[in-house]
Design a protein around this ligand. Sequence first.
Ligand code: GLC
Length: 600
Amino acid sequence: MKKLILIFALLLFASKGWVYSEIDSEEAESKATYKGPYDDETSGQRDARMAWWREARFGLFIHWGVYSVPAGTHKGEQIENIGEWIMHYGQIPVAEYQRYSKQFNPVDYDPEAWVLMAKNAGMKYIVITAKHHDGFALFDTAVSEWDIVDATPYGKDLLKPLAEAARKHDIKLGLYYSHAQDWVHPGGSFWDGHGWDPAQNGSMDDYLRDIAVPQVKELFTNYGEISILWWDTPIDMTPARAAMFDGLVELQPGIIVNNRLLYRHDGDLRTPEQNVPPTGLDYDWEACMTMNTTWGYKSYDDDWKSSEQLIRNLVDSASKGGNYLLNVGPMANGEIPQASIERLKDVGEWMSVNSSSIYGTTASPFIRLPWGRATKKEYPNATELYLHVFDWPEDGLLKVDGLRSEVSGAYFLADFQQQIQVNKTQEGIVLVLPDKPLDEIDTVIVLKITGKLDVERILPRQDGEGVLVLAMDDAHIHNPGYGGRLELRQDDNSTFYLDGWTDFQSRVDWLVRIDKPGIFDIYAEVAAEESASFLLMANDGQKPLTIKSSGGKQTFQTQHIGQLILSEGESTIGMHPQMSLWNPIMLRSVTLKPAENNPH
Ligand code: GLC
């Protein structure tokens, strides 16, 4: 079957330049042979099951395990990369790594304090690593000695008291479980296909049957209600292997499962890592992020994001319709780094005033607001629109272009008394604000809207000469549910550019409005070490184009890459990489100039 699909796909690829052929064949196969636990659910049942999670919008991720002992340093050498991967990046033999567990003694662990820290930050749920890729269980497992009870001086289950504290304080508990990668139990899979110690050799099917499946069963049986199962890195998982976990989800009725059990199986939610995806996606997602640059504790990683950044990331996620799962990496003694505690306190202060602009909200109705973000709550005959002002207007006039609805009231969440004047204009509305923000990070203004919400779609347009600039911060970035990490960055001059475009499955689209149609020359400002081919999608047609090497992966150059025809009206222009012809690029701008041969 697989072969047949592949041949068919290759034929299509040869004849039409079809890009996603191979992926689609795999997808077709895994969809055909793997049946997820909720595949037969109706959308109403699904909405009911997801309701608490969509309402919550904000959760705490905890990466904790034996890796917090070396904390980024092995045999005196600082090991690069994320801390919980130290065994892999340091190629530490199994027995040597296991010795670290003798120093894993979290006597200062205070699960109730952890739960309260999350709750006071405004978080509604916690997801903790029951077992990470190093195979170590934070819980008492009967199927392995490699757990907190048998392998450490501490000797007590860490999940039990956390589950109790969470229940006591009405916080939902989710469990992260690395089901495929396991670097200690023989047979677990590896990122690059192979281990580094003969002790790791074994059959993956045996490992799944003897370790992973029984452990998930233990987790679902011994800790009361579990609300989320957060699978991770489905390396070497096949539909048949995924099916070995069949029947377990039923032990926790209504549990939410993420998309990482099996590649290209969506689960209930997708999990963009370290980035916030674009708005308007028609599925549930949760952006998980670190506060510094590691998930598991590293003693010397002081690259902390500011509280401002974290609050704005939370708002950004909500404004795009998703959840924000923010990580802490506790130390081996059970303490959470002070820098994390302080930041969560700051987030909590902001949330104590503004949480109604986050909980239960849905995505912004605006395509783009130059000064910040918006979230909303819709009711049958009214809407509450929350304007999140990141950049306070210098002249005190906040323009909300495109808002056509009747605004019946406007107030600050931080001060209900202060008046805000609302003026209607040609473009939308303008709010007259005080000189200074009420909150430097994000002042939230509530607009009460009666009747139907009416927001005009304001799209990038051509200038007087007919030139259309596709700005990078207007780009809708699509990353595959798991894999690529194309993202928007800003350089030292605050110029936006796209970076991390390593995966051919990542793509970008711009929604534009064309007033002066015709033929356009396409100029791209790019940095590319090697040539990269993509399909340019416009007006429902597609055209293969190639970016040439610019002479280096950091060297920007403006290139004429071809022409396209655009007709009048709203249009989506997309750059979709071609599978085997794609190489990483950085992109600073795309400009469309009316061509000389333009008949208009
Ligand atoms: C990754 C990493 C991992 C981390 C996780 C968080 O897949 O392997 O260490 O736990 O993502 O999203």
